[in-house]
Ligand binder design. Sequence first.
Ligand SMILES: Cc1cn([C@@H]2O[C@H](COP(=O)(O)OP(=O)(O)OP(=O)(O)O)[C@@H](O)[C@H]2O)c(=O)[nH]c1=O
Length: 631
Amino acid sequence: MALNPVLGKLVSKRVVLASASPRRQEILTNVGLRFEVVPSWFKETLEKSSFAAPYEYAVETAKQKALEVANRMHVKHLRTPDIVIGADTIVSVDEQILEKPVDKQDAYRMLSRLSGKEHSVFTGVAIIHCSSKGNQLETEITDFYEETKVKFSDLSEELLWEYIHSGEPMDKAGGYGIQALGGMLVEYVHGDFLNVVGFPLNHFCKKLAELYYPPPKHTVQHIKHDSIPSVDTFENLSDGESESSNFIEHKGANNLDSSSMCPSRPVYNCENSSSVRTGFMVPLENQNGASESAAKLPSKILDLMDGFKASKALFVASKLKMFDYLKNKGPLKAVDVANEVGTSVCGTERLLDACVALGLLEKTSQGYSNTDSANTYLTSDGEYSLHGYIIHSNDHLWPLFTNLESAVREGSRQNHRAFGRKAEDLFKDYYHSQEVKQRFMAAMHSIAHLTARDVATAFDLSQFKSTCDLGGCTGALAHELIQIYPNMKVTVFDLPEVIANISYFQPSEQCAAPVTFVSGDFFKDNLPEADLYILSRVLHDWPDEKIHVLLSKISAVCKPGCGILLAEMVLDDEKKNRSTALLQSLNMLVQTEGKERSGSEYQGLLEQHGFANVKIRLTGNLLDVVLCVKT
Ligand SMILES: Cc1cn([C@@H]2O[C@H](COP(=O)(O)OP(=O)(O)OP(=O)(O)O)[C@@H](O)[C@H]2O)c(=O)[nH]c1=O
């Protein structure tokens, strides 16, 4: 985790990116930030001449974008986010501010102005910390900007128009995208490349470092002021603030800048550091500052080796409902928890301590209590409870993963080894007993509820008057769709065994309109009519042959203009970056004939059935969204 920077501090916070820019979403997703996307409705119409400098305009616009989202979420009684991030990128040339071109002629005007010259790209960023006091929204605003200088070659008329006709300039400030075809126009870049693309990641991390790591007095002289502290080990990811105990020992503190070996990594002194395990070690230096090439601790590998222990500790504490007891009665001593649960005191104490170290619990002289995250996600009645999925992971996925080696050797599912049952139809396995079925439905409900808002708002779906969620299980996404699109008619279509068991999962508050539940098998039965068919975590269960059967059925009932919306973990095309999704693909290997797929793979499947205009949105949540329409 040595590369996991201060962004780890945001792990337990509800972060919202107030931007529709896919580039910003990608930049932040790529570094592992979890966030929701709520595009801002703020119109970029501030009077430019009222700002003394172009960057002031970008910063103010970024601030207004973020504030609009924070206010809207607060007013609409959506859960108030902890942090809203807004950004605005502009190009400045000859004292003029260029935003996104309104049409091709405008793009031509902008690009010919940039031809052969150096210009500045400014991105203004606002980080808004929100809290609710009574009914009031309180905000603390931090803002900054970054400037990057870019020089274009001389652009011929022919090149200019060819570029404009590619369509790339239209949604980009200054009318170009440096990350794609527009890169060919660029002679040099001075400064942060990602700033040009739309988000100054490095400066953002430094700002977070200033906010979350105000330098402790006794270490002031050792801190490189513009550096980004690393957040390593699980301890640092907890809700508690314990910076001083996580500082690494630095022997021979004469040379305080270890940048030759460890660029921009701060080095701290700490009296207790010898007893502190840290996730990485900087090279030790002698009095002259030369490296003595001490062995680096392979923290990432060590964390991976420990991963299963951490997972199992979480599973067992959840299964024993310790988070529920602590929510209702905490703080509790280990002996009290043991009495409540009916477990040994010594074992319970060790498990609770491990949960504290993993950032799941807090420990004070009064005893153990839940962190905010534990209350929200780990109790069985938490607002976004993952309890169902955790129990499913312990009881179902764990035995399957124990047989991963056989799955890899044989290339097939392992239900027979894990459960002594010959693998039949995937869902027959889940529904062979009431208990397993209920557990599976609770697991699916956990994830659907946690992701529903991001899935429902990834695209504007208001043109679809009716929607059918195929395999929509308990209706968690369906209910969310009705909240957001009150006039939409929403149907959930799932197997009769599922529909018979949905009542437990229905929300207590009345929705704007009821969800209709229809039972059937989407491979065999007629599909309900709808303008939009949703397949959320469905395609990943099946091999391509079965997907073709399903997509051709949908295509046959879809009129032109009707759509399909997929919600899946979308892999990057090279299949090397998104570890959560790639591990999920192993999960599909051990229990199904399906797999996770990349954006182009989904696009290929959809296009074969007459669906076009395939758009993919990475939400930063567990599920990404793909939307396409029938031509
Ligand atoms: C120079 C340049 C810009 N962009 C994009 O231009 C948009 C600027 O517009 P914005 O108003 O700041 O953002 P938006 O896209 O309208 O989104 P929002 O934040 O919702 O206002 C952002 O997308 C940027 O990535 C590139 O992708 N590559 C480049 O080389």
